[in-house]
Design a protein around this ligand. Structure first.
Ligand code: NAI
Length: 554
């Protein structure tokens, strides 16, 4: 804010129409009478001054008028580009309604159509065409105190596959959730698309595709690009935590292993998913009435999500005193080629710890009968695979079968909430990846849990930022899972919820942030002095979308 002649003021060097075009500053019709005079806005706005609350109600009216979710998505993206404070107020105060639009499932459709609905860029594009210039490109970003970067190469967007540079919708959406769910300031968030090409033929043939239309880089050329990215970030944004998002499965595991001890980074699809699912399982134990060590898990899908969850379950079982080898034997996997067993010759390195001695089985239902799990966890992107016979078998073998159909978006879910409750005669403890409406079965209403990563990653990021941790560790995700599970209230359990209401997400993120920061201090992962009250410390750093008075009234 610069004070000059009292009727000719600037905010961040801007006045007049430039203010209305800066989404960080723009208040639209909420600029006060004094601001309108002092900032050269008189006449550029309709005469009546609105409050933020009135603007929120106008936005909601407009959203509700939109005929489809994708139209709502386009409207909200435009609002974010126009008036950020208002956008976050709307999202935060209506999180249950807005999350499925700015994130899964609608963001999936947004990505598929990205080149066609594209209006205004957001974030940075690091294309392989600009190799050698990443450092310079990062300096083009207008904000200097970047604390969270979400980066994707677009190879595995949700369960939708390779969407190339169109995948940019995901980092943008995730970072909006960092702000909405955990109060990370918008100017500290940077979405990045690492454009390495795409193998999606439809996109390659689409003249409106926004990425460089070329086949995906592989091997050394790809690795060099990622290395350049990590080095450039370290130099230009040394305090940034990097979240890998929606990378293809082979690269995701490799990159996590390569960089987790070298940089402040994590992979949300592996580690975030692990934590949110483990939290759901801990919660489910309050319904099944036993311990984690009483369970056996059969996964459909042995990719990033599946292995991430299995790894954290092993951590959980070991925390209860189970030896590692036995803990691993509690996790069984079925992938596209069948049950993961030792005799298979087509396994990837991340499968090996979970490849057990057992006869090979090709069919999921037969695997359920043979392994007799207490929980089945669907992370395959293969819709409908939890068929009626599968759910019925689970209900026959278990008093309260745990059925997590986590694939996103909704169309990829292994089974719907209605199917799970109906086929198990109301006994399933069910969670999905994308939201499902409550289900009434034989007069009882069940609220399906949404195993939504946004319960975890914003809080983890908040904890890392506010403790200035140099690394993100497995222990932090374990602490996050325990904290999340501990936050479900008795009232929520009574409705069959295994996660807190999304409306409580800020409260959840604060608790997770404090738990993660606690790990950072305990493990000496930060040079910062430990504040006495971590919850207070974390809370104090959070952004709240309210309007700043540019011209104080007195
Ligand atoms: P991925 O590509 O790393 O792994 C997919 C796995 O599923 C592979 O092991 C593949 O062989 C297996 N698979 C595919 N079709 C199959 C079939 N018909 N039968 C058996 N196995 C099959 O993908 P990733 O990252 O593990 O994601 C998988 C799904 O999980 C996606 O739909 C994704 O949206 C969802 N997911 C959900 C999350 C959540 O709910 N919180 C978080 C992360 C992922």
């Amino acid at each position: 804010m610069t004070y000059g002649f009292h009727l000719h003021l600037h905010v961040n060097g801007k006045r007049g129409v430039d203010l209305l075009h800066d989404p960080h500053i723009n208040k639209g019709t909420a600029f006060t009478e004094m601001e309108r005079d002092a900032l050269g806005l008189r006449g550029l706005l309709p005469p009546r001054v609105s409050t933020l609350e009135q603007q929120v109600s106008r936005v909601l009216e407009n959203i509700h008028r939109k005929p489809s979710d994708i139209e709502k998505f386009i409207y909200l993206v435009a609002l974010q580009d126009r008036q950020e404070t208002l956008f976050y107020r709307v999202v935060m105060d209506n999180i249950e309604e807005m999350m499925p639009i700015i994130y899964t499932p609608t963001v999936g459709q947004g990505c598929m159509e990205f080149g066609h609905i594209f209006r205004r860029p957001r974030g940075l594009y690091l294309s392989f065409k600009n190799k050698g210039r990443f450092r310079e490109i990062l300096t083009n970003w207008p904000y200097h105190d970047v604390r969270i970067i979400v980066v994707t190469d677009g190879e595995r967007i949700l369960g939708l596959g390779d969407l190339g540079a169109n995948g940019m919708g995901i980092p943008v959406g995730k970072l909006s959730l960092y702000t909405a769910c955990a109060g990370v300031h918008p100017t500290q968030c940077l979405p990045i698309m690492l454009d390495c090409g795409t193998n999606n033929k439809t996109l390659l043939n689409d003249p409106l595709y926004i990425g460089h239309p070329a086949e995906r880089l592989r091997g050394e050329a790809y690795d060099e690009l990622v290395e350049e990215f990590f080095l450039a970030v370290k130099e230009i944004f040394p305090k940034a935590c990097i979240q890998l998002e929606d990378f293809g499965n082979a690269n995701a595991f490799r990159l996590l292993n390569r960089y987790k001890d070298r940089a402040c980074m994590f992979d949300d699809d592996i580690q975030g998913t692990g934590a949110v699912a483990l939290a759901g399982l801990y919660s489910a134990l309050r319904i099944t009435g036993n311990r984690l060590t009483d369970h056996k898990f059969l996964f459909l899908g042995a990719g990033e999500a599946g292995i991430g969850i299995g790894d954290l379950i092993v951590t959980g079982l070991m925390a209860e005193g189970m030896p590692e080898s036995e803990a691993k034997r509690r996790c069984w996997y079925m992938d596209i080629n069948g049950l993961i067993v030792k005799s298979r010759t087509d396994l990837a390195p991340h499968h090996l710890p979970f490849a057990h001695d057992h006869a090979f089985i090709g069919d999921f239902r037969q695997a359920v009968e043979a392994i007799a799990p207490t929980a089945i966890i669907g992370v395959s992107g293969a819709p409908g695979m939890f068929s009626r016979p599968v759910v019925e078998a689970m209900a026959r073998m278990n008093r309260r079968p745990i059925i997590f159909a986590l694939s996103n978006p909704t169309s990829k879910s292994e089974c719907t909430a209605v199917d799970a409750y109906t086929w198990s005669e109301g006994r399933a403890v069910y969670a999905s990846g994308s939201p499902f409406e409550p289900v009434t079965y034989k007069g009882k209403t069940f609220v399906p849990g949404q195993s939504n990563n946004s319960y975890i990653f914003p809080g983890v990021g908040l904890g890392v930022i506010t403790s200035e941790a140099s690394r993100v560790t497995e222990e932090m995700f374990f602490a996050a899972a325990k904290t999340l599970a501990g936050m479900v209230t008795e009232e929520e359990y009574a409705m069959g919820r295994i996660y807190p209401r999304l409306g409580r997400i800020r409260e959840v993120s604060i608790a997770i942030g404090a738990a993660v920061a606690e790990v950072a201090f305990r493990r000496g992962l930060t040079k910062m002095n430990r504040p006495d009250d971590l919850v207070k410390h974390v809370k104090a750093k959070m952004y709240d979308p309210t309007y700043v008075e540019y011209i104080p009234k007195s």
